[in-house]
Design a protein around this ligand. Structure first.
Ligand SMILES: [Zn+2]
Ligand SMILES: [Zn+2]
Length: 417
């Protein structure tokens, strides 16, 4: 068996792993890495692929998928809807910013046509291999993929603990030969979720008491809905708005109530809180009164949040809550580090309060180690992280045959048990 890492090697972004058995060529994910201007693609594939398996609906896992033409694409049905949403948006941004993304609307449509839905625990046969989908606990419809014949598990993005939105992963497959694991948080544990929620609620209350607007730039898919569930839990009473792509993502998630930990929880919470969708013409109006605005672009890289920031950055009664991982080099990362951001092409000091919260849907360091120990693999490949070299060294010290792979191919001996 051969593993070829086409992306997500020593980095977060553009996940793409090609696995070759004697007969089958299987691709796990084919994502993009968004850059301040433009995107990074995974390495090109020159051979015929038998199937593309999409672990979940995030851009870093499917953003380059339309480049792999005319092949069956497998994933949860909800992932095909997220794909349409994300890819259409990616095309729009590429057009606006004037760079070439290598595919067009027709390719996005073809991807939908070639999509074959899988359910949790379902297996698909590809030549001499069978691939099983396992709940990854990362977001609605997120899969790990297990190659049953080769005994290889690709985790995609995963989380073992429950969140408010989805149940955590339970991986009951015994020992595996080869593990390819995400390591986004390989160097740290998450803060206590309960305390983190209370800290957020306190921050929101303070802001509202000061008659301020609470801006929550939030990853549209799954984080927006997690935030809604938290606000509902604490019975926040103030107008709550969802703007931009977060609205479409919420509609998709509401169409799959059975994928939520508590059936239909998001829709129920939205009704209880009277959450409203807001569009561009009404942005100016809603910020005149205290309210909470949840909007896409979790790292402040574009979209509606920039418009709100333009109007509110100078207002010390207003607040920004960053609710997710900030990739180095992004505007969100810079704002946290320097308190500055670019408004109308000018660097300005942001007077509004800025705080970061950890509502991550990724496994903590402790949980990654827990999974490795449970599966007790012959080989571990650490990907999708900024600290893969350090983490693979640690695993080596624990006695595992661990790698921080480069963007190249590795041969795996399956006889060694
Ligand atoms: Zn993800
Ligand atoms: Zn990811």
């Amino acid at each position: 068996m051969e593993l070829c890492f086409k992306g997500a090697a020593k980095e977060v972004g553009r996940s793409a792993i090609l696995v070759k058995t004697d007969k089958a060529k299987i691709m796990f994910d084919y994502g993009l890495k968004p850059l301040p201007k433009g995107v990074d693609f995974p390495e090109k594939v020159n051979e015929k692929i038998d199937g593309l398996f999409l672990s979940h609906g995030h851009l870093d896992h499917l953003g380059a998928a339309p480049l792999l033409k005319n092949i069956p694409v497998y994933g949860h049905e909800i992932t095909s809807h997220f794909a349409r949403l994300l890819l259409t948006d990616t095309l729009k941004i590429a057009k606006q910013d004037g760079y070439d993304i290598g595919y067009g609307e027709d390719d996005v449509k073809d991807l939908q046509k070639n999509f074959e839905s899988m359910d949790y625990e379902q297996t698909v046969n590809i030549k001499d291999e069978s691939v099983k989908a396992i709940d990854a606990g990362h977001m609605p419809g997120s899969f790990m993929f297990f190659m049953e014949k080769s005994s290889l598990l690709y985790t995609g993005d995963f989380k073992l603990e429950d969140t408010r939105l989805v149940k955590g992963a339970k991986v009951d497959i015994g020992k595996v030969n080869t593990l390819i694991t995400e390591t986004t948080y390989s160097d740290r544990d998450h803060p206590d979720r309960d305390k983190e929620e209370k800290r957020l609620i306190e921050y929101i209350k303070q802001t509202l008491d000061n008659d301020g607007v609470m801006l929550m730039p939030t990853f549209a898919i799954s984080r927006t809905q997690e935030i809604i569930l938290i606000l509902n839990e604490y019975g926040i009473k103030t107008p709550i708005y969802i703007d931009g792509m977060s609205a479409s993502a919420t509609e998709i998630i509401n169409a799959y109530p059975e994928l939520q930990k508590d059936y239909n929880s998001v829709k129920k919470a939205m009704q209880r809180l009277d959450v409203r969708y807001v569009d561009a013409p009404n942005r100016k109006k809603i910020i005149k009164k205290p309210c909470i605005i949840i909007t896409g672009s979790g790292m402040l890289e574009g979209g509606a949040i920039l418009e709100y920031m333009k109007r509110l950055y100078d207002n010390e009664n207003c607040s920004v809550a960053l609710t997710g991982f900030q990739v180095p080099g992004t505007a969100g990362f810079k704002l946290l580090q320097t308190g500055q951001m670019s408004i109308n092409g000018k660097e300005v000091k942001v007077k509004a309060n800025v705080k970061k919260f950890d509502f991550s849907s990724h496994a903590s360091r402790t949980d990654i180690l827990k999974l490795v120990k449970k599966l007790n693999p012959e080989n571990v490949f650490c990907i999708h992280g900024e600290k893969t070299e350090e983490f693979s060294s640690e695993l080596k010290e624990l006695g595992y045959n661990a790698y921080s792979p480069d963007r190249k191919c590795y041969k795996i001996n399956l006889d060694k048990k």
